[in-house]
Design a protein around this ligand. Structure first.
Ligand code: IPM
Ligand code: MN
Length: 355
């Protein structure tokens, strides 16, 4: 029996998570995936009521689950970034979830903003380092609000941290079994300490003679993702660079309404979430697109070993998008609950046809 910690969070989080769980229930009826969920209230409301963001006891509780499903965090009533740092970064760092896995796949041609690009051309996996870089919080501000103010933010990489995520990327390329190519994305020309990535990548590559290696600087990678997205198979990159290019990637597959991610430490409790934010203006309106959360559930199923269930969810989403029972990934084009229902309907139809 898998136990899943559910953190709906803020804004549209609750609505999209409800649809994610609806799809999870439907798929479990087909594949026999056994699970129970436990809800956690952390987010803006909880903070405003109790003054608590994400206590140590919450982090400890997370460790007793098989996986975590997160909706969205962030609320305009609260200081910028405070809840995101406490909860999202709190879990990523606290559980040492060193891989942020972000698949980018186009399911229907009409969803891609690029002219004439077909689903066959957009299918890549971005492996974002998730525990180092600019996110470690080493730095600060001095002489605040004076003309002499100084702000420092260090990007920190360790050999161990780079090695493990690069190794994961090579393994992921092998598991994907498509172009079998890993592209290292860095900025080692201008940021010379990133040479640690270059050397580590070369060293790890020796253990994977079946996988082709490739390299792009982050600026050029942005260009290539638009110009020749089909070139990318598996990408490995730093935390901040990965944050940025996965929003670009999300647009290639139709927008933030579909992009999902897994924060992983292989073999340990891991966290799955849509990559979008809490979109406070749509809160409670039944307008937000839940597909990204459904895809986060899909990644969670795969991680927890139900690969049939994961394939079924992916196929159901693809079918709903191709048949336009979900006409777009924009907020408001279809009600949140109707989009969840459309995916469940496709899923049941597919399951019946597969017997
Ligand atoms: C993401 C988000 C987070 C990040 C924010 C909310 C802290 O943008 O998951 O991509 O920067 O990692
Ligand atoms: Mn981001």
């Amino acid at each position: 029996m898998h136990t899943i910690a559910v953190l709906p969070g803020d804004g549209i989080g609750e609505e999209v998570v409800r649809e994610g769980l609806k799809v999870l229930e439907a798929v479990s009826a087909v594949t026999g995936f056994q699970y129970k969920t436990e809800n956690y209230p952390y987010g803006a409301e909880h903070y405003l009521k109790t003054g608590e963001t994400f206590p140590d006891s919450a982090l400890r509780a997370m460790k007793d689950h098989s996986a975590i499903l997160l909706g969205a965090i962030g609320d305009p009533r609260i200081e910028v970034g405070m809840l995101e740092r406490a909860i999202i970064a709190g879990v990523r760092f606290g559980l040492d979830l060193y891989v942020n896995l972000r698949p980018i796949k186009l399911y229907a041609e009409n969803l891609c903003p690029l002219k004439g690009v077909t689903p066959a051309q957009i299918d890549m996996t971005i492996v974002r380092e998730n525990t180092e870089g600019a996110y470690v919080g080493l730095g600060g501000i001095m002489k605040k609000d004076t003309p002499n103010e100084v702000a420092v933010c260090n990007m920190v990489w360790t050999h161990e941290g780079v090695e493990r995520v690069v190794r994961y990327a090579f393994e992921a390329a092998r598991r994907r079994n498509k172009a079998k190519r890993v592209t290292l994305v860095d900025k080692a020309n201008a940021i010379r300490p990133m040479d640690l990535w270059t050397r580590t990548f070369e060293a790890v590559a020796k253990d994977f003679p079946d996988i082709e290696t490739d390299h792009a600087y982050i600026d050029a990678a942005c260009m290539w993702m638009v110009k020749n997205p089909d070139w990318f198979d598996t990408v490995v990159t730093d935390n901040l660079f990965g944050d940025i290019i996965t929003d670009l990637g999300a647009m290639l597959q139709g927008g933030l309404g579909i992009a999902a991610s897994g924060n992983l430490h292989p073999g340990r409790v891991s966290m799955f979430e849509p990559i979008h934010g809490s979109a406070p203006k749509y809160k409670g309106q039944n307008k937000a697109c839940p597909v990204a959360t459904v895809m986060a559930v899909q990644m969670m199923l795969d991680y927890l070993g139900d690969s049939d269930g994961a394939a079924l969810v992916e196929d159901a989403v693809g079918a709903a998008l191709r048949k336009k029972t979900i006409p777009s990934l924009r907020a408001g084009d279809i009600a949140t609950d109707a989009a969840g229902d459309a995916i469940v309907a496709e899923l049941n139809e597919l399951a019946a046809s597969r017997g």
